[in-house]
Design a protein around this ligand. Sequence first.
Ligand code: LRH
Ligand code: MN
Ligand code: MN
Length: 430
Amino acid sequence: MSEIRIAADIVAADNQKREGAHRSDFQALGEKLARSSIDIEKVTAKVADFFVAVPSWGVGTGGTRFARFPGQGEPRHIFDKLDDCGVIQQLTRATPTVSLHIPWDKADPTELKAKADALGLGFDAMNSNTFSDGADQAHSYKFGSLSHVDAATRRQAVEHNLECIEIGRALGSKALTVWIGDGSNFPGQSNFTRQFERYLDAMRDIYKALPDDWRLFSEHKMYEPAFYSTVVQDWGTNYLIAQTLGEKAYCLVDLGHHAPNTNIEMIVARLIQFGKLGGFHFNDSKYGDDDLDAGSVEPYRLFLVFNELVDAEHRGVKDFHPAHMIDQSHNVTDPIESLISSANEIRRAYAQALLVDRAELEGYQNDNDALMASETLKRAYRTDVEPILAEARLRAGGAIDPVAAYRASGYRARVAAERPAVKGGSGGIV
Ligand code: LRH
Ligand code: MN
Ligand code: MN
């Protein structure tokens, strides 16, 4: 039995208003695709079967380093956050799982599981946090965590990760994502080699405690909070980690964690080729780790990433099941609307990538016909696949236009009445 946060008749009423137009758009797109020998039913079924996890931390309003401007009806705790995630899933039918961050989301696992079950939600990768200090923590992470010079601090960071695994086991999660902020701010502050050795040793201890059917994801990020050097700074280091630890260790690619203009789709291809692509944190960015909504700035790049994923599927790469997760922060939008939009953009990129004529593309590649190869991708990318996305949602019981249905439901005002207003505050540097 699932607890429904938006009344079914509100969604049905909104769908009814749109269904006529949607039917004719779906039919027209079906006819257009049929002319290229693409069966719209097959594409729709694949899209309906594609899911992405919502980050628990994404349903609250984020902040900048300068200030935080909370929205109305901010979730007070993980149970409110799960309610919000339930709404996103109810309307999109694309986000049946939530990725938790510990200790932010720490609560009795039995209660967490019961709440998620009631909402029809499951749990994706667990995330540990050794990049900030908890209230009653013995050792500070100011100068690092898993790579800290002090053994007791490293041990504490390892123990925290082991606890995340334990909580995740109780919840049915099957992966742990480790991102650390460790690095340095001054040349000479840290010995790169010794620091990385300490990190690897600590990760070995975590890896040893990993259940057999779990995967360990390490997440690289070029800089921030450390601004001179970062221990896990790029996909090369990340690949070394996954290789060193063993077959349950994989690399997680957060799209925002690269220098501007980095060819991320090529990194994805390399990690697939060498069996180490663990999954994604989807978001978008212009300058750094901006955590903007997926597909909001560079939708073509998102499509090119999915082009690699579909290519791998097409080539029948063995044991290929990357974890798809969103990692965003919302400052100027209602986080629920932003997450709905991102889930749709991610599915859009997948649907467009499914339309690429792979045999034709290979032919142009072999003929060195650069223009037509690029056109083959562009033709798929230019196709308006919205009717496919809407049909996938509708068939699964979701909304044709999820943001419109969400607005019609008045959910935010309703929860604002239940959840006390949160005061704004300054960010880290003011
Ligand atoms: C680091 C990061 C990582 C954290 C999350 C809150 O920038 O991308 O995934 O867990 O943000
Ligand atoms: Mn991330
Ligand atoms: Mn990030």
